[in-house]
Design a protein around this ligand. Structure first.
Ligand code: PMT
Length: 218
């Protein structure tokens, strides 16, 4: 199957030397891309800046900002059968990027931010994607109910929910523990390495893709 995966953080520039970002290492998305490719799927990985090597047999588009990632996804998602959004995309970006390095002046500095486009939330309506849509949910409270809310609002087939307040899992860790939140039930997976977990996710997601009906807008 043809699979698109987003991974890593985005970087939102403030001035020529500074940016806003987050703690995503890209490990979850890259191990997933590698696991899909290992099973013979055709994989396109769209990733923000990371220090990771691109897995073997994976096509790769590097991006920097949320807007870049949005453009790359909108261009390629139409020919995909599965799309998995593991990236930690900035929800806000500076309204304007200063052309010169911002000088120290007063004791405080206020940055004005504006919302970025919701890439996962654009998949069904704006991009017209009818394939298997898998989001992630990074939560620090009410894991299952917040993930289920995202599943419904963004018309996903599955949301992979991780509690990013727990030490040793989630952001920048080699391990993760997730809940698979489906429309009609929730399936917990055990704590495992991201490598092991990715192999399990490939099984769950490909099973879903083979058995579900194409999505049609209500
Ligand atoms: O990269 P690692 O260090 O391995 O860490 C893995 C991870 C914690 C980043 C990963 O497991 C994870 O949870 N990824 C989603 C992080 C996130 O931003 O979650 P969210 O709940 O804020 O967003 C919900 C979903 O919408 C996600 O699928 C996200 O990719 C997507 N999104 C969010 C904002 C936006 N503007 N566009 C999006 O597509």
């Amino acid at each position: 199957m043809k699979v698109l995966i987003t991974a890593g953080p985005t970087r939102e520039p403030i001035d020529p030397v500074r940016y806003l970002t987050n703690r995503s290492s890209g490990k979850m998305g890259y191990t997933l891309a590698g696991a899909f490719a290992h099973e013979g799927h055709s994989v396109l990985l769209i990733s923000g800046p990371t220090h990771l090597d691109v897995p073997a047999n994976v096509d790769f588009i590097p991006v920097e900002t949320a807007a870049d990632m949005h453009d790359a996804v909108s261009k390629h998602i139409g020919r995909m059968e599965i799309a998995v959004f593991a990236a930690a995309v900035a929800d806000y970006t500076p309204i304007c990027v200063e052309p010169q390095k911002i000088k120290k002046s007063g004791d405080t500095l206020t940055l004005q931010l504006t919302r970025t486009a919701d890439i996962l939330g654009s998949a069904r309506h704006a991009f017209g994607f009818t394939g298997t849509l898998v989001g992630f949910a990074a939560e620090t409270e009410n894991l299952e109910s917040n993930a289920r809310d995202k599943l419904i609002r963004k018309h996903c087939d599955l949301v992979v929910a991780n509690d990013v307040s727990q030490p040793g899992i989630g952001f920048d860790s080699d391990h993760n523990q997730v809940l698979l939140v489906y429309p009609a039930h929730t399936h917990p997976l055990h704590l495992a390495s991201k490598h092991e977990l990715s192999m399990q996710l490939v099984e769950h997601i490909t099973h879903l893709a083979r058995t579900k009906r194409p999505f049609h807008l209500p």
